[in-house]
Design a protein around this ligand. Structure first.
Ligand SMILES: [Zn+2]
Length: 303
């Protein structure tokens, strides 16, 4: 069987929340089979919020989860890293409400997971295999999923800005392609929106250290990590948001001009359309590109 996984040992890092500007310590801790991914607020007596679309909370330029009155926010980059490296079960402990933004990408979380190491658990992983197309349109924004033998994402973006008129990319995701092509892509925003965001109490921790800022004539940062870093970051976001269905997907996700609100509305819709997918186990050793590998990816010791 293709086994569920957790971390081999706990690991921590510290950073600040992009929107709150607050300092936060993040710890990732091993968890048993079928535990799933759960956020734990150490500052609130250890209360937990499962990373599931049923706990969707506020969407304020980032994805939040809520359970009773307890919130966690900006969960998407960490979730993308966990699901892409096949970490099915983990406790994500925070001492504040917002996951640290780190450098605005998922690369620091990949480093953290690799440092902790990955451990197999004695239970089969189950994937959500898409059987028929589903789509959702909101104005000029659209997202859909189609049956495929792989986990594949196509994303296109278009902005009324000379630097960012149109970008599009399709990628077959597996551990290696996620780590190399998607995880390093950083959050981005427009300079002209920064003041508005600050007035709304957002992006208080934002800086050129953790976001690509687009001015009228170019990016304010020294350089981009990829020519099309922006659309790659949108792929990172949708992978993290769709992780809220609670299982890795087997299907082709196609999005145009999406954002966290559209992604998460779609995740809820997919989960509700129970005749559009089935849960499958994948036999160990099956070479299915696009799924977390049964063999360790580079840098990821596994046992
Ligand atoms: Zn993002």
């Amino acid at each position: 069987m293709n086994a569920q996984r957790t971390l081999r040992r706990p690991i921590s890092c510290a950073g600040i929340g992009l929107h709150s500007g607050k300092k936060v310590t993040l710890s990732l801790k091993p968890a048993p089979s079928d535990f799933g991914i759960r956020f734990r607020r150490a500052d609130l007596g250890g209360v937990e919020v499962a990373a599931n679309i049923s706990h969707l909370g506020a969407i304020n330029l980032a994805t939040g989860l809520t359970c009773d009155t307890v919130n966690v926010s900006t969960v998407e980059h960490l979730l993308a890293a966990l699901i892409s490296l096949g970490v099915d079960n983990v406790i994500v402990e925070l001492n504040s409400a917002e996951v640290p933004i780190m450098d605005g990408s998922a690369a620091p979380f990949i480093y953290l997971i690799h440092e902790a190491g990955i451990k197999r658990l004695p239970a089969a992983r189950r994937y959500m295999k898409i059987l028929k197309p589903l789509s959702l349109t909101r104005g000029d924004k659209r997202i859909a999923v189609y049956p495929s033998d792989h986990f594949k994402v196509t994303y296109s973006i278009a902005f009324d800005h000379p630097l960012l008129r149109h970008q599009s990319r399709t990628i077959r995701l597996n551990e290696d392609t996620f780590v190399d092509e998607i995880a390093p892509a950083r959050t981005f925003g427009f300079l002209k929106e920064v003041e508005w965001m600050r007035q709304q109490g957002l992006a208080l921790g934002g800086s050129l250290e953790n976001a690509v800022v687009i001015g009228d004539t170019g990016v304010l940062n020294n350089s981009l990590r990829f020519d099309d870093e922006f659309v790659r970051h949108k792929i990172l976001d949708v992978v993290g948001d769709m992780a809220l269905v609670g299982r890795p997907l087997i299907g082709h996700l196609v999005a145009h001009r999406g954002g966290h609100a559209l992604h998460t509305e779609f995740a809820a819709m997919v989960l509700n359309e129970t005749d559009a997918w089935t849960l499958v186990e994948v036999p160990e050793g099956t070479a299915i590109d696009g799924l977390p590998a049964t063999q360790p990816a580079r840098g990821a010791a596994i046992n």
